[in-house]
Design a protein around this ligand. Sequence first.
Ligand code: ADP
Length: 317
Amino acid sequence: MPSCLIIGECMVELSPLDANTLNKRFAGDTFNTAVYLKRNLPDCAVSYVTAVGDDVLSQEMLQEMQSEGLDTQYVAKSDSKTVGMYLVSVDDAGERSFSYWRNNSAARQLMSLVTLPDSTFDMVYVSGITVAILDVPQREQLLRALAGYRERGATIIFDPNYRPLLWTSSQEAKDWMSRFYAACDIAFPGGDDHAALFDHADEADILGYLKPMNIREIVLKRGVDNIEIYQQEQHESVAVTPVANVVDTTSAGDAFIGGFLAAKLAGYSSAIAASMGADVAGVVIGAKGAIVPKSYYQSSLANRLYRNDSGEVLVTL
Ligand code: ADP
């Protein structure tokens, strides 16, 4: 059975249903990826690592994780902190903005609170948000933990997911991002993130910056443009089918990674994994919310075929 350990923060998401009513859900970049990975590869043991409080909301969050089939045995409980929360606001033009309450979030102490298993996993995934919410000693602890998993055979996955508000300065973010890039085997650098943080103008800038880090596989995703995959000297470009009716792009990147990792853990090539990731993201942006309803998700992805170069069907979701 394939296995994946995902470390990060899940939050309460409040979004408006109408002028006076808020809808409550649970979301967060690494959690979203965990959910879509598990939905695509139910046979995979997906363990989510975070810290929650001892209150009703924290309990509901844990139940939500379990209802998606995630393994929560490594989720720690704090008796003094709670879970983070964000509010989605939509202006008259349909533009979304977010307000966060996460200073009292138990996840900010997750490396101090959790006992990470010594066992091996096929993959371990962290994002730049996981890194940003931790203090410096915990970031060091996380890097040591990743190195240990890597030594025991895990593939380390990193998506920088740069959120300026979580860092004290862009220099601090750059320093830590480069250390986590250097600690990973598969990276998902985002064009927007690299433009904002490193002033990178294009793909050549991003690849030039990442070259000395010796990352085994670099996957560049850029909205509707082709996905570019770089593995040492090898380069592959995978087309994305444009979605005609985009409803909500929240978590497109997270969903892509969930689909991509599911396919890789099932043993498929990176090109096929990128096609699956793109299909998963395409379905997710066609409905509201970071985590779209299971029934809509399954019916939208049913019977998709993935073929190799000779036209042979490899897998159906
Ligand atoms: P993020 O900014 O959330 O990291 P991207 O904008 O790079 O995400 O999109 C992630 C993936 O979502 C893309 O690689 C693509 O597969 C899919 N995607 C995004 N926008 C569209 C679109 N308009 N039509 C089809 N797929 C899309």
